[in-house]
Design a protein around this ligand. Structure first.
Ligand code: COA
Length: 255
């Protein structure tokens, strides 16, 4: 990891903070590398991962424009691959990932939020796939994940106009699932993360994987996958504990 990314733990909850506030947490190669290292470190340790940005203004104001401005096609290709690898690692992280959108989330910052499982916005958040006005298009998964989250026409509108939407509009477009007061964002997300961290870890990873596969497989194939996954959970300590707790009228205590 490097000094542009921080990874902290509070019990089973890890928080990855993009820490380049003087550049509004723009994501250059070093930051992407730091994120990849942080995700590796948190994998297997964290039962929930929160992703957020340092400072008062930004979650992440996107890919680093001053860096991109001087890139050759080959360098752009490598930067795109690096961004994709990080977003894919967030998406496939084997525990829920919550984006705490504390401010601007543009371009690659929006794409990072899209790769997370849940998006909670501060009322100060402003979100958008703004690449069109830089003469490019979303390149870290935005053309694909945005369509799935908000639907085809809304995605086209956001990408074609490069619109910057405030938190309330983002909520109406289903781009985020909740909006909270700016000062309450951290506490709210911490509460959510603590609740999720108490759920059975193995079943949670299975639930996430199955839902991710709904975007990758046809329905018949997805239902086959679900059947195999579902029965594979039987005999696990969590399944035994969850059902025994219900039958004995007590709260479950998962591993
Ligand atoms: N890449 C590189 N540097 C960035 C950046 C980015 N994506 N976004 C902001 N910065 C830098 C600014 O150049 C500025 O640097 P400086 O202090 O050396 O001038 C610094 O961060 C602060 O940004 P500034 O624009 O002065 O802040 P602001 O509050 O006036 O505006 C934004 C904030 C987010 C509205 C504005 O910075 C912006 O539109 N950024 C680009 C967003 C974008 O299109 N992202 C998609 C990239 S794919």
């Amino acid at each position: 990891m490097n000094d542009t990314v921080q990874l902290t733990f509070d019990g089973d909850v890890a928080t990855l903070t993009i820490d380049r506030p003087d550049r509004l947490n723009a994501l250059n190669e070093a930051t992407l590398e730091g994120m990849a290292d942080a995700l590796d470190e948190a994998r297997g340790e964290a039962r929930v991962l929160v992703v957020t940005g340092a400072g008062e203004k930004a979650f992440a104001a996107g890919a680093d424009i001053s860096r991109m401005a001087e890139m050759s096609v080959e360098e752009a290709h490598a930067y795109c691959e690096q961004g994709h690898a990080v977003m894919n690692a967030v998406e496939s992280f084997p525990a829920p990932v919550i984006a705490a959108l504390n401010g601007y989330a543009f371009g690659g910052g929006c794409e990072l939020a899209l790769a997370c499982d849940l998006r909670i916005a501060s009322e100060r958040a402003v979100i958008g796939q703004t690449e069109i006005d830089l003469g490019i298009v979303p390149g870290w998964g935005g053309t694909q994940r945005l369509v799935r989250l908000v639907g085809d026409e809304t995605a086209r509108r956001l990408v074609f106009f490069g619109e910057r939407v405030d938190a309330q509009d983002a909520l109406e477009l289903d781009l985020v699932s909740e909006v909270v007061a700016h000062d309450e964002l951290d506490e709210y997300v911490a509460g959510m993360a603590a609740d999720l961290a108490e759920k059975p870890q193995f079943a949670m990873a299975a639930a996430k994987e199955a839902i991710n596969e709904a975007h990758e497989m046809g329905q018949r194939e997805g239902l086959d996958f679900e059947r195999r996954l579902w029965s594979s959970l039987f005999g696990t300590p969590d399944q035994r504990e969850g059902m025994d707790a219900f039958l004995n009228d007590r709260d479950p205590e998962f591993e």
